[in-house]
Write a protein that binds this ligand. Sequence first.
Ligand SMILES: C[S@@+](CC[C@H](N)C(=O)[O-])C[C@H]1O[C@@H](n2cnc3c(N)ncnc32)[C@H](O)[C@@H]1O
Length: 928
Amino acid sequence: MNAVEIEEAVSRLAEAPFDPEAFPFAFLEAFGNKPTTLKRLQSKSSSSNQSDLPGGVLQRNNIHLKVCPEGEVTATLTVLRDSPATARQKVKFILATDGKSFESENLADGETVACNYPDFHDHFGFFLALAGITTVKQIRENAFDIKATGRLNRLYIELLKDNPGWDKAERREELNHFMARLIFCFFAEDTNIFHSDGLFTATVQQMSDRDSSNTHEVLSEMFRAMSTLPKSREAAQIRNWANVFPYVNGGLFSGVVEVPRFSKIARSYLLHVGNLDWKKINPDIFGSMIQAVAEDEDRGALGMHYTSRPNILKVLNPLFLDDLRTQLAVAGDNARKLLNLRQRMAHIRVFDPACGSGNFLVIAYKEMRAIEVQINRRRGEDNLRTTIPLTNFRGIELRHFSAEIARLALVIAKFQCDVLYLGQQEARILFLPLERDNWITCGNALCLDWLSLFPPTGTGVKLHADDLFSTPLDQTEIDFETEGCETYICGNPPYVGDKKQSLSQKSDMKNVFETFTSRWKSFDYICGFVFKAALYISATDNSATAFVSTNSISQGMQVAQFWPLILYRAQIAFATLSFKWSNLAAKNAGVTCVVVGLSHRSRKEPSKIFDGDVVREVESISPYLTEGSPVYVAARQQPISDVSEMLLGNFAKDGGHLLLSNAEQRALDGHAARFVRPIFGAREFIQGVQRFCLWIKDDEVELANRSEEVRSRMRMVAEARAKSPKEATAAWSKNPHRFVEIRSPDYRNAILVPRVSSEERPYLPVGLLPPRSVVTEAFALYDAPLWNMALIASRIHLVWIATVCGKLETRYRYSNTLGWNTFPVPTLTEQNKADLTRCAEDVLLAREAHFPATIADMYDPERMDTEFPLVRAAHDRNDETLERIYIGRRFKNDTERLEKLFELYTRMIMKPALSIKPASSKTKGSNP
Ligand SMILES: C[S@@+](CC[C@H](N)C(=O)[O-])C[C@H]1O[C@@H](n2cnc3c(N)ncnc32)[C@H](O)[C@@H]1O
C-alpha cells in the first residue's frame, strides 16, 4: 500500500462507527496487513497475538494496542508501556482508545499523539512505519498533503471517466489547467483571498444542481469572473453570485478553458476536496506528490515522490545560500552592507532545468525570503515589501501538469511568505491579481537554449524555439524584472541509464553531445543536464550549478569518458558524498545519491567535500569525488601492482549439454565419470549450488567417446552450436567435446571472483575452489599466491571496485582490466605476503567452521555479525593487516581509503609499474 492508500483507509476507519471488538484489526488492516495475518492475530489458537493483556493485540516488532473502557485511555497507555510483552516483542508503537479519545506513543523516540477519536486519521503519518514506510518528520506532521493528493486523484480519475476524449494529449492539458485552477481556488478560499471563508466550495454547493448537471457551468462562470477586470464585469454580464470573486488572472484564468462535465460522484468529490483545510498546504511537499495524479503510468506511485527539504538544501546551501547567510553575518547591523546584500539578492536568478513541481525553486525562494526578512529587521524596515521577484525563479519542465503545479506552488509560497513576514492583510493586497505567467517553461530542457531562455545579464529573454523548425512553444516571453547578477542552476534532473533511455531521450543526448564526443551513447541521461550546465557556466562570468545525481555519475567507466568534457569547462566547487535519497515507497531503500557543484574554472576559493557531518576544504576535487586533481582510471591489460594476473573464466556455449547436476554426474557410467569436474560460476560459488561439467581434453576425445552418455551429449552440443546465429560459435560444433572459450592455463588451484555481487554485502565474495574446478562466467586467478585473495577480500578493494568499476543496478560490477589491474597496492615485503596469506587462510577456515552455510548466508549484512562472527572477525583481521601496510593504521572511513588509493594510483601511473610479472598469454584455444 502506498501512503495515499493508507491515508484513505485510515480516514474511512475514523469515519465509520466505532466497533471496539474490530478496531485493533481494522486499524492494522488500514496499514496494509493481509487478511491471513489478521486472521492469525485474531485466532485464539494461534500464538501470533503476543499480548499479555486481556483484550490486547500485539504484533511483534510493530504495535501493542488495546481498546479500553471509556475514560481509561491514558491509564491503559501506561499499562501497555509497562507490559513485559511490549519490551520482549520489540514493539514500536503502543496505542489505546475508548472510541472517544485516542492516544499513542512511538516507543523509539517518545513522540506521542493524543486526540479525539474521530480525528486520529489526521495523524496517520505518525504510524507510517507500521507499513514499512520510513518518512521524514515533515511528512509525518503534515498529513494534509497526502490527504489532498488522494482526494484530487479520485476527482481526476472520475473526471476522465465522465469526459470521454479528455484523456488525449490536447485535452489533458486543459484538464491539467483546470485542476491547477481548482487547487488555486481551494487555497484562495481558505486563506481569505476570496474574502469569505470557503466561498468557492460553498458557491459550487449552492449554485450547482444536486444531480451535477450544471456543475461545469457554475465553475465556468466563476472562472470567467476571475478573469474579468471589475470595470468590465457589467459589460461581460457576470452573474451576481459569481461577481463576488476577485479578479485573479495571471494566466491562470485567462483564455477560455472548457470545464469538464461532472457526474454526481465527481461533484461530491469536488466538494469533499474543497472542504479540506487548504491553509495547511505545504507547496514544496504538495507539488511533489500531486504530480503523479496526471500521469497514468505514475499513478501507482501516488504520493511517494517527495524530496525532503534537508536533501534539497544539500544542493542549495553550498551552491549559494550558505554564502548569503555568511554575508548576512558579516554585515551584522551595518545598514549599508545589509542594503548591498538585499540588492544583490534581488538580482539573483535560480534556474531548475527539470523542475518538476518546482520544489527546488520554492525552497530557494522561501530561504531567500527568510534572509531578506532578517536584513529588513536589522535595518528597521520590518514592513518593507519583498524586493525578490518571484519570476527570478525559473524552470523548465517536460510534463505539462507538473509545470502548472510548479507555477502554482511558487505563487502559494510567495503568499505564505508574505503572510508570515508582512501579515495576512498585506499579503492579500499583494496577491491579486497574479501578474505574470509562464515563467516556468513547459518543454524539453535538452533541446532548449538555456542561455537565451535564462540570459545571465540584462533583463530581456530572447524568443526561442524548441527545434530547428521553430515550432513555437506555448509560452509567453517574460522578461526579468531585475538586471541579472548571479545565476544558480540547480535541481535533481532525471537519471536514466544508457540502456533504459527511450528513443527520444537518446535523440536528446545526441543533440547535446554529438559535436563534442562520440562516447555519449553510454552516458546517463542526467549527463546531458550536467553538460549543458557546464556549457552555461563556461559562457558566463557569474554562474554556478549543483545537481543531485545518482552516485554512478562519479563511478565506473563513464567517469573517464564524461568528466573530461566537464572539467575542461568548469571545476568541481563542492561535492556531497553518497547519501540516501528516499521517498515514501514502502520498504524503500532509497537511491544512493551525490551532489556535485560546479563553478567557473577561474574561481579561486577552496573546494568543499561534504561527507556526512564533516566538511573539508580541499584544493581540488577529482571526478571520483575524492580530494585531488583530475585523474581518470582507465582499463589496463596488465596489473599496475605486483599481483597475479586475473583472467575471465571459461564459457561453454553448449546449450547446457556439457553441464551436469549432482544427480546427473552420479548417474554417469564409469567411462564418462573420469571426465567430470566441478564447475563454478557466481551462483555455484555464492549460493553453494553443486554443478559439474564434462571437461575433455583434445587428446582424450576418442577415449571419452567410448561412453554412450558422452556421445549423446556431444551430439546435442554440436546441434545446439550449429543453430547459433553467431558464426564463430556455430563453427565450434565441430569440436563439441570442449568449451568454446577456454582461458584457463594448466593449473592446480583457482581463486574465483564473481562478475557481479550484491552491494549489500560488506565484502566481495572471493574464494579458493576445490582442486580441478572449472571457472565459468566469473574471474579467476590461477595458481596465484593466496595473499592475492586477501587483497580481494578486503574492504579497501571493495571500495576501489565500487568506485572504479561502478555498479550494475544494485550490484557491484567486477572487472579484471578496470578494477584488478588498476588496483594500487604498495610494494609488499615477504613478511607482508606471509601475513596476508595467513589472513586469507583464516577467512577460509572461518567459513569452514560455519559449514554448511553458504557465502550468501555468511555475507548477509543482517546475519554476519550475529550468526557468523568468525567470518566477520577474520575479515576484520585481514583489513587491519592490509590497511597497516597501506598507512600504518586502520583507515577512518571509506573516503580516506579511496583518497589513499587515488594518491597511490596517481603516483604509480606516473612511473612504470613497480614490478609487473610477465603476462601469461590469454589462452583462448588451449586446453589444460
Ligand atoms: C527527478 S524529477 C525532479 C523534479 C523535482 N525536483 C522533484 O524532486 O520532484 C525530474 C523531472 O524532470 C522532468 N524531465 C524529464 N526529462 C526532462 C527534459 N528533457 N526536460 C525537462 N524536464 C524533464 C520530469 O518530468 C521530472 O519532473
